[in-house]
Design a protein around this ligand. Structure first.
Ligand code: TPP
Length: 369
């Protein structure tokens, strides 16, 4: 299967007829979020090394994934994995919410109930990340089927890695969506590793996009480091789903230019030569060269953008780290609309115990550890 590519690694066009008609504003917005993601990842990993947060996942080298976000509309839904920072931020997850999630404090939209880097943000339909690999694939297929039953003109997009394709939920989700023509886009970031397991040991099929055939819908392979190509294939898949023609599997061929997470050392399993080779394909460098060629961008503007974003990240971190931990009472919230009596008793007992143990004064305060 051929690979869809619009920009060559040097930022020139493969064929000018393929160039999507995007406004200057849209192009610059894509670039902004790619740079923001790269800089946030650098800072996130640094904060983990400094012991400020417990865990971080970078998406370095995979920022062109943001292209797909431009193809979505406000009522569409995202069922992400843990490496789609650029998509969430582009769609409108505030940086403050992103950073507060890492700290899990009272500014965290999810009240510290998830592992760091497991974002969720309801206003943009960015569904809470499930740690067990690929569970989101089946969830997205089901949600897409519900959209179809309700005759909504919306789609679900779900993101997962090459490792995710070995999970039962991948097969169940793809099969279900194929049979019911659910408006679902299955976006596989084939970054060639599942932690330390190379893709050759994951599947005997060299091209993940080919797997769609078994489920009766199209699969397409895209250069995952080319933001314009990513936009194009996701837009085509979204349009197809909205016409009622069912799902598409997108295989984004890319490379993880860093560790799996803050917990591993990629030099133990990934040859340096591979990293050097893929550094030449850097999605940010490629898109920047394209924008400069088009006279939409300059080195001066680039330096200013980097400075501005770094400052913004620092300011938000300073603000977020001043927040207290989530209030003790939040332990009991958000499960029942009306709290059952037994839970109310437990809450009162815990608040009483906390009061006796420390400086605790009211239920808005954190547990006095
Ligand atoms: C069911 C399950 N098995 C194992 C793990 C541990 N685990 C977390 S991430 C990961 C690798 C996933 O690789 P891939 O799907 O290729 O995504 P990538 O990290 O490369 O983006 C594994 C094995 C898990 N979270 N869930």
């Amino acid at each position: 299967m051929e690979i869809v590519q619009i920009l060559k690694p040097d930022g020139t066009l493969v064929n000018s007829s393929l160039e999507p008609k995007l406004s200057q504003e849209q192009l610059k917005k894509l670039y902004h979020y790619m740079v923001l993601t790269r800089l946030m990842d650098e800072r996130g990993l640094m904060m983990q090394r400094q012991g400020k947060i417990g865990f971080y996942v970078t998406s370095t080298g995979q920022e062109a994934i943001v292209g797909g976000a431009l193809a979505l509309e406000k009522d569409d839904w995202v069922f992400p994995a843990y490496r789609e920072h650029a998509v969430g931020l582009f769609l409108g997850m505030p940086l403050k919410i992103f950073i507060a999630q890492l700290f899990g404090n009272s500014e965290d939209a999810n009240k510290g109930r998830q592992m760091p880097n497991h974002f969720a943000y309801a206003p943009i339909h960015y569904v809470s990340i499930s740690s067990p690999i690929a569970t989101q694939v089946a969830q997205a297929a089901g949600a897409a089927m519900a959209m179809k039953l309700k005759k909504q003109k919306t789609v679900c997009i779900t993101y997962f890695g090459d490792g995710g394709t070995s999970e039962n939920d991948f097969h169940a989700g793809m099969n279900f969506a194929g049979v019911y023509k659910a408006p679902c886009i299955f976006y596989c970031s084939n970054n060639q590793y599942a932690i330390s397991v190379p893709v050759e040991k994951q599947t005997a099929q060299q091209q993940i996009s080919e797997k769609a055939k078994a489920y009766g819908f199209p699969g397409i392979r895209v250069d995952g480091n080319d933001v314009l190509a990513v936009y194009k294939v996701v837009k085509d898949a979204v349009d197809r789903a909205k016409r009622g023609e069912g799902p598409t599997l997108v295989e984004s061929y890319t490379f993880r230019m860093g560790p799996h997470s803050s917990s591993d050392d990629p030099t133990r399993y990934c040859p340096k030569s591979k990293l050097d080779e893929w550094a030449k394909q850097d999605p940010i460098k490629r898109f920047k060269a394209y924008l400069i060629n088009k006279k939409l961008w300059s080195e001066k503007e680039d330096a200013a953008l980097i400075g501005k974003i770094k400052q913004e990240i620092s300011d938000v971190i300073t603000e977020v780290t001043q927040a207290k931990p989530p209030a003790l009472s939040t332990l009991f919230e958000d499960v029942y609309k009306e709290m059952p009596l037994t839970l109310q008793w437990q809450k009162e007992a815990l608040l009483e115990e906390a009061k006796q143990k420390g400086s605790f004064k009211d239920s808005s305060e954190a547990f006095p550890l």
